[in-house]
Design a binder for this molecule. Structure first.
Ligand code: G6P
Length: 620
């Protein structure tokens, strides 16, 4: 993970880099650092353990001048999160400085070789090996820095997005990527570099997405034209033509808009984000859904013998819900796989399989690798992503963007509901085309889709009630979440939200499975959240709640408005409006998001940046 930022131009680099780091802090926040070349040609590096604010405090009385610099916010992989392991790292002579996002898998071999040549290492990181290797290559092969970077990267196994400064060339910034994202922003005689476009958006809307195994040289020596000042080659020195794209991202999307946390803002945005996800796709007046990624590739879906869904974390939960919808409406067998398991377990993948990859960030390393594996076997890859232009949509055959805008809170909320929405639309499209869904059912779901934003608004109206429940239950050490059918994955997602941000242990379970083990945990101290809307297996889940109450468990139930059965036996109830079964997750997950949020706030946890987590997981 980690976030990287770079700047070269006429302005003071430091404020731009620090602001950029704050924007990228969602990617990791164990430590942060900055490297700047000042007017005297000195290369200054400042680092601090903890968040970017610690770095700012540390650097407040230091020389932060210079119009060229790089900066980094870290999520530790190799070496504990401390100042020594924080980036940037110097090379042996302290002429070069590097920042890196990714993992150099063969770093131990490379390090041993460099040690034999007399190189010394200060940190435990794989990154320091890389900068030493670049310097070693440059000195021993008598080549320029770009060539040294190319040659060094040819020896590297693993993933990287790097940026390198050379104090003897204060007019040049070099960067490269493989497997980790990297975007270049093009301003007037100035260039920006970042892991994603969020640090760049307020300066320019002209960007270049760097591709795998490309090296980019940004210079401001005034000799070149705009094009010449951005030179892209592969690590094998093949020249590439920079492709400038227009960024569709606004600054206001990156701010909290009056909410105390991004997570709360994002929960409350869901009526709008789901409207945005449906825009141009769901035509309620004509009772129709049009998904271009499906329309252009109809035959692949209609001929599919099987659909494999692959994802991680919250996106995997959205995939589980999709399994219910696709099997119900399209009658195609569906398997839902954790990307990290799928990619390593020698799965059987056929040419007529469709693989659906789900990823908010579009950068998750395991999901990307799962796609690559499926591609090699000839499967058709359809991705559901949020970040436009990210790696996963770029390597997919087709797909559907969720269009919810940047999700900054590390715990995913609005991206999840939009994924469920997109996958439900896809299931309906396939079912309609195959004739496996009745016209009546199709129409009822399409019409109901249009009602969902207003119904979510009603659920959000219960925020105060849910925050009161949170105060009652913030003492708990453990929680169980139960659900059945479409709402079993919602139980998993509710438990994950609580774990992620409040550090309370929580288990999600299919309600009927409770009697095969977790029922032994039930006691007065154990809050049990039961997702029990009035549909499908409602009567069965009522019995499951009776079983919990008989053992003195305390039940918080999510029920349909006007419920009479569950509300009599549960201790606390949160109501959601009635809807068709396949859309209930879009409503029932909202109280669970709010419950986790408020419990974390009561406990004083860092809601937007929970410990040990990162939003975009670009390591295996
Ligand atoms: C991280 C995030 C989760 C997310 C998961 C998958 O663990 O903290 O919120 O669900 O990665 O991310 P993706 O971007 O692929 O959906």
């Amino acid at each position: 993970m980690c976030g990287i930022v770079g700047y070269i131009g006429k302005r003071k680099a430091y404020p731009i880099l620090i602001k950029g780091l704050h924007r990228l802090e969602y990617r990791g926040y164990d430590s942060a650092g900055v490297a700047l070349i000042n007017e005297q040609g000195q290369l200054n590096i400042y680092k601090a353990k903890g968040k970017v604010a610690e770095l700012e405090a540390f650097a407040s009385d230091k020389d932060t001048t210079g119009c060229i610099g790089i900066a980094h916010t870290r999520w530790a992989t190799h070496g504990e999160p401390n100042t020594v392991n924080a980036h940037p790292h110097y090379s042996e002579s302290e002429r070069l400085a590097i920042i890196h996002n990714g993992i150099i898998e063969n770093y131990a071999v490379l390090k041993a070789g460099l040690k034999e040549q007399g190189y010394t290492f200060k940190s435990d990181t794989d990154t320091e090996v890389l900068v030493q290797l670049v310097e070693y290559t440059q000195v021993n092969r008598h080549v320029d820095l770009k060539t040294a970077v190319q040659l060094a990267l040819q020896q590297v196994i693993g993933a990287y997005a790097i940026a390198i400064l050379d104090k003897t060339h204060p007019d040049t910034l070099i960067a490269a990527r493989k497997g980790s994202p990297l975007v270049v922003g093009i301003g007037e005689d100035e260039y920006f570099l970042a892991s994603d476009a969020t640090p760049i958006v307020e300066y320019t809307d002209q960007v270049i997405y760097i591709e795998d195994e490309e090296v980019v040289v940004l210079s401001t020596n005034g000799q070149g034209t705009k094009d010449k000042d951005v030179e892209i080659t592969t690590i094998n020195n093949v020249t590439k033509t920079p492709e400038i794209k227009r960024l569709e991202l606004s600054l206001s999307q990156l701010e909290k808009g009056g909410y105390p946390h991004f997570m709360l803002k994002e929960i409350f945005e869901q009526p709008r984000t789901l409207t945005d996800s449906m825009r141009g796709r769901v035509n309620v007046r004509q009772d129709n859904i049009a998904l271009s990624g499906f329309i252009d590739n109809k035959d692949r879906f209609l001929n599919a013998k099987r659909i494999i869904i692959t994802a991680c974390g919250t996106s995997w939960h959205a995939g589980l819900i999709a399994m219910y919808a696709i099997e119900e409406f399209a009658q195609i067998p569906v398997e839902v796989e954790y990307s990290s398991e799928f990619r390593y377990r020698k799965p059987v993948i056929n040419k007529d399989d469709v693989v659906i990859a789900i990823s908010q960030s579009g950068e998750t390393a395991d999901t990307l690798a799962a796609i690559q594996l499926a591609k090699e076997k000839g499967a058709f890859i359809f991705s559901i992503c949020n970040v436009v232009g990210a790696s996963i949509p770029r390597v997919s055959d087709s797909g559907c963007y969720t269009h919810v805008g940047p999700e900054i809170g590390v715990a995913s909320t609005k991206a999840f509901t939009a994924q469920v929405m997109a996958l439900t639309m896809l299931a309906l499209c396939i079912g309609k085309e195959k004739g496996t869904i009745s016209q009546e059912q199709y129409l009822s779901v399409v019409r109901e889709l249009g009602q969902i934003p207003a119904k979510i608004e009603r659920v959000l109206g219960q925020d105060k009630l849910i925050s009161d429940f949170a105060k009652i239950f913030s003492y708990a050490q453990n929680f169980i979440y139960l659900g059945r059918g479409y709402n079993f994955p919602v139980a998993l997602e509710g438990a994950l939200k609580l774990k992620e941000i409040s550090y309370i242990h929580a288990e999600g379970y299919p309600a009927a499975e409770m009697k095969h083990g977790p029922i032994a945990l039930i006691s007065q101290e154990m809050p049990v959240v039961v997702v029990a809307p009035h549909c499908g297996t409602y009567e069965k889940i009522v019995s499951n709640i009776q079983e919990i109450k008989a053992r003195k468990g305390r039940v918080i139930a999510v029920v349909t408005e006007g419920d009479t059965l569950v509300s009599k036996i549960a201790d606390y109830c949160i109501e959601v409006p009635e809807t068709v079964e396949c859309l209930t997750p879009l409503l029932t997950v909202i109280p669970l998001q709010l419950l986790a949020y408020h419990i974390a706030v009561v406990k004083g946890c860092d809601v937007d940046q929970p410990r040990n987590l990162a939003k975009s997981v670009t390591v295996e």
